[in-house]
Design a protein around this ligand. Structure first.
Ligand code: TNX
Length: 589
């Protein structure tokens, strides 16, 4: 058995509200269990005292405004008379299939409030109610319809939409699916004051602004990519990234699992891929890889947060680690030396050898079997040493092998010249928005995920003095990450062919989870907003002020971020926002 540096732990059952690790977004508090489910008597008593004090001391409107949500909701109708204050005796009412979302919501709110927040199995009651009901979700309120900037068909909240009603008497989230409820619960979390992110009980008036939000995504695919190949990141780090995605209603995590510097997923039929190919990384570190159980844990954790994992096996280039493990795949049948630098484009599996196709079939077969989601990403980028004809023939065979597993092919837009495969999705990472081959592939049936290198690449530096990151696609500050439109970005690609957006994080220079967060925040929420929010809400001045309000939340939650000078961060926050770009520093809550 390989010894994996990231030994898996068991994902807690939905009913277990105790956090198990600091990388979960449920912060680590240790409360001995007594009396009420999940909450100890001393903490509950403390919380009641704190809440009483806070409620007495603070009155007036809720501190967060109803529209202060990232990504911007489709419709917002504030009702200043309808503010609600969460109290220590609140119960979450939920119908059966929404229970897991209610448990997660309670798990987010318990540490800071100290309230027991038991989850009860019934569709009626409150004051916090989660309702799965196509009928309720479909009923438009006249007031909300009036608040809309245009007509919206409320019957089409769809797979991911939700409705949130806040009145003085309580909060109700209504959706057609648990995914919609989950997004609604994330919105509610943002509507509570920033100290809700505290891992320990604090005194606050837990007010929610009154009114109604009706919301649903603009694009079906909203993602981020983590490169675990250039530097390896253990399971706990990946889970933490999943939590970050879920906060901003991103629903896909693309894992770049293989590259020249490391092979990060165990494949039983080719064991040396991970055992040998996983033992390196950029800079000469020890690397690592995910066992099958590690990977299962990641996909299950993501699924509970309504995030689909998209595994990438990058072929035919970016394969040096595989060739070190299995020289028979190399064109000359000679193992290259392990590679720990950051160049690209020099390696490839032998497209002329049948053994290569047995390898591809085995690998995509095993990865597909471990992956519940519909996608399998074939890479396809920067195979500079493979002649165009052989590249195309290789890709067409590889696409068929993926199709045979039942998965739908995703690939970087270099796959474009190959024949169409059913459902095929290309991922655009160009920088000039103009590529006739990609436009032609779209005409032949492909859909597009937009990851323009000069807007969505989160490995690009923010500014010349950003201590880590690349700059081949330019500098990407928050405004640049925000100021583009996925629907019109690539010439000759109509909006209907755009499946969505993805923000990739390549990790040649990114080595720790704090550095990952430093590159993600505050740009990831900008890309998330492009994926979720209707174009009519697109407005840089408003976005930057909404984004500013996220800063104290990150600080309180212990999430590292770049204090971008473009953003008017609040001057007083629960703790200090770092003034220097220090990616290694996680602010202390
Ligand atoms: C290009 S984007 C690559 C990666 C690098 C990245 C660095 C793409 C499909 N290929 O191999 O890591 O640039 O920004």
């Amino acid at each position: 058995m390989p010894t994996n540096p990231a030994a898996p732990e068991t994902e807690p059952e939905p009913s277990d509200t105790r956090p198990t690790s600091p990388s979960s977004d449920v912060p680590a508090v240790s409360l001995p269990a007594v009396a009420l489910p999940g909450v100890p008597a001393p903490a509950a008593a403390l919380a009641r005292v704190a809440a009483g004090r806070a409620a007495g001391a603070l009155t007036g409107p809720a501190p967060v405004r109803l529209g202060d949500v990232v990504p911007a909701p489709e419709q917002v109708l504030p009702d200043p008379a309808g503010d609600f204050t969460l109290s220590a005796d609140a119960v979450l009412q939920v119908s059966a299939s929404g229970r897991d979302v209610a448990e997660q919501l309670a798990g987010w709110l318990r540490p800071a409030t100290g309230f027991p927040l038991p989850v009860a199995d019934t569709a009626e009651g409150g004051p916090l109610t989660l309702t799965l009901s196509p009928a309720d979700a479909a009923v438009p309120s006249g007031a909300v319809a009036a608040a809309a900037s245009g007509p919206v068909d409320h019957a089409r909240l769809g797979e991911e939409g939700y409705r949130l009603d806040v009145t003085a008497g309580g909060v109700r989230i209504t959706a057609v699916t648990p995914t919609g409820l989950f997004h609604g619960a994330q919105t509610l979390r943002q509507l509570l004051p920033a100290p809700i992110e505290s891992p320990t009980v604090i005194a606050a008036r837990w007010a929610v602004p009154g009114g109604t939000i009706v919301d649903r995504p603009r694009f079906a695919y909203r993602g981020a990519m983590l490169d675990v190949a250039r530097h390896f990141f253990p399971v706990e780090d990946v889970l933490r990234v999943v939590d970050h995605l879920a906060r901003y209603k991103l629903n896909h995590l693309h894992l770049h699992l293989t590259d020249d510097q490391g092979w990060r997923i165990a494949v039983d039929s080719w064991p040396r891929l991970a055992e040998v190919g996983g033992a390196t990384e950029v800079g000469g570190g020890a690397g690592g890889w995910f066992t099958r159980d590690d990977y299962r844990r990641i996909v299950a954790y993501a699924a509970r947060r309504h995030v689909t994992v998209v595994p990438e096996i990058d072929l035919p280039g970016h394969t040096n680690a595989a060739l070190v493990a299995y020289p028979e795949l190399a064109p000359g049948k000679v193992a290259p030396p392990p590679y720990t630098g950051t160049e690209v484009g020099f390696s490839f599996v032998d497209p002329a050898d049948e053994r290569t196709y047995a390898f591809v079939a085995d690998v995509v077969g095993e990865v597909a079997a471990l992956t519940p989601g519909p996608w399998l990403h074939l890479g396809g980028d920067e195979a500079f040493k493979v002649p165009a004809d052989s590249y195309r023939a290789f890709v067409e065979r590889a696409q068929r092998l993926v199709g045979a597993t039942g998965k739908t092919v995703v690939g970087w837009h270099q796959l474009a010249p190959a024949e169409h495969a059913d459902g095929r999705v290309l991922q655009w990472w160009g920088t000039n928005g103009d590529d006739p081959e990609t436009a032609d592939a779209v005409r032949r049936g492909a859909r597009l995920i937009l990851s323009p290198g000069n807007h969505a690449y989160l490995d690009m530096k923010y500014a010349p003095d950003t201590p880590i990151g690349n700059d081949w696609a330019g500098l990407i500050d928050v405004r640049r990450a925000y100021e583009w439109d996925p629907a019109t970005h690539v010439r000759g690609v109509p909006a209907e062919a755009v499946l969505g957006v993805e923000a990739p994080l390549w990790t040649e220079s990114v080595t720790t989870i704090a550095e990952v967060e430093f590159m993600l925040f505050p740009r990831l929420p900008a890309v998330a907003e492009l994926g979720w929010s209707p174009r009519e809400t697109h407005d840089w001045p408003r976005f930057r002020s909404r984004l500013a309000a996220q800063g104290p939340r990150w600080t309180t939650a212990g999430i590292t971020f770049h204090p971008s000078p473009e953003i008017p961060w609040p001057p007083t926050t629960p703790t200090q926002i770092p003034t220097q770009p220090t990616p290694h520093t996680t602010p202390t809550p």
